[in-house]
Write a protein that binds this ligand. Structure first.
Ligand SMILES: NC(=O)c1ccc[n+]([C@@H]2O[C@H](COP(=O)([O-])OP(=O)(O)OC[C@H]3O[C@@H](n4cnc5c(N)ncnc54)[C@H](OP(=O)(O)O)[C@@H]3O)[C@@H](O)[C@H]2O)c1
Length: 293
């Protein structure tokens, strides 16, 4: 196993989950649509992640669509007992690869059954309701109807735990009045820190915060400060960016995405990287000064 145990665990739902996980979205074809050019390479990345100690994989049946879930099933089934696969529903893909809302009751029920079938499981451990009031950033809108549908599927035993994604503080409060919310998955990284206060509030309530785009997503992080800190520590900028996130809060769980084994190893190395105080101060300043990243 790699050094990933050094980052410790956080209880997600009811499972101690390693804070260094993996996001599967990069395993599809371009624009998160269609199959990858080399499915065997994608399978190798998934197997390497688990062999390195990763026990938290983030996915969705709308990646591909169906592609990442099918790859996960092919690569990892029978699943290790401690592996937590977290999926999400609430969106669908257009024929042109567009990201469209899918909040209707029948669409949500269908999505849960698609995830169960394509992952090859009887129960989904964690399902995030991915809100689409804004596609790229949270926007207000009631989540009562779609979340009530998921809560009913939870009562039926098809879902063990429920989380929320791309949500505002108001939506989290509304959601917690309907059912237990075990995690929030929003856009956050070294340079994009709108959720700073929210992360601390969720930590106080024992709720996991799982940043998507931890490396900047489709436009990877670029910062001269980050590069300088990385050079001083003899690490890569991406390893440093993830080490900063691990240090940010104990309820923060990483799911960086990559289609490359070399990048996967760099990302997992974050758990073993100690950031000295002066490095932390320099990295903190990236998000504190808008436009400096
Ligand atoms: N809830 C949501 O709305 C939502 C939205 C987006 C993503 N997600 C989830 O969050 C996960 C993480 O987000 P993400 O994958 O979009 O973005 P990300 O982890 O911020 O960055 C991924 C990008 O960085 C590159 N990369 C990864 N490791 C690298 C390294 N060590 N050095 C250089 N480049 C590296 C990847 O390319 P290579 O393949 O070449 O490494 C890819 O282009 C996704 O996989 C998905 O599971 C959720």
């Amino acid at each position: 196993m790699s050094s990933i145990h050094k980052a410790g665990t956080f209880v997600l739902g009811d499972r101690p989950t390693r804070r260094s996980g993996y996001g599967a979205m990069q395993l599809t074809g371009p624009r998160v649509f269609g199959p990858p050019r080399d499915p065997d390479a994608a399978i190798a990345v998934l197997r390497e992640a688990v062999a390195s100690g990763v026990n938290h994989i983030d996915t969705s049946d709308f990646y591909g669509p169906h592609v990442t879930n099918e790859l996960i099933r092919r690569a990892l089934r029978p699943y290790p007992g401690d592996l937590l696969i977290v999926t999400k529903v609430g969106a669908r893909r257009g024929a042109d690869a567009a990201w469209l809302p899918a909040f209707g009751a029948q669409e949500l029920i269908q999505a849960v059954h698609d995830n169960l079938r394509n992952l090859g499981v009887d129960v989904l451990e964690v399902v995030n309701l991915r809100c689409m009031f804004g596609i790229h950033a949270p926007a207000e809108g009631s989540i009562e109807e779609p979340l009530t549908v998921l809560a009913e599927l939870q009562r039926q035993g098809l879902i063990r735990h429920i989380g929320l994604s791309n949500v505002t503080r108001t939506q989290i409060a509304q959601g917690r009045a309907i059912c237990e919310i075990v995690c929030v998955q929003n856009h956050y990284n070294l340079a994009h820190r709108k959720d700073d206060a929210l992360i601390d509030e969720l930590a106080g309530d024992g709720i996991a915060y799982v940043p998507f785009f931890p490396l900047g997503g489709f436009t990877p992080l670029q910062s001269s400060t980050l590069s300088e800190v990385a050079r001083d520590l003899d690490a890569t900028p991406m390893t440093v960016a993830l080490a900063w996130l691990l240090r940010r809060s104990p309820n923060l769980l990483l799911i960086p995405g990559t289609s490359s084994i070399a990048h996967l190893r760099e990302n997992l190395a974050a758990a073993g990287l100690d950031l000295p105080q002066d490095a932390v101060r320099a990295l903190d300043s990236i998000g504190a000064r808008p436009g400096s990243a």
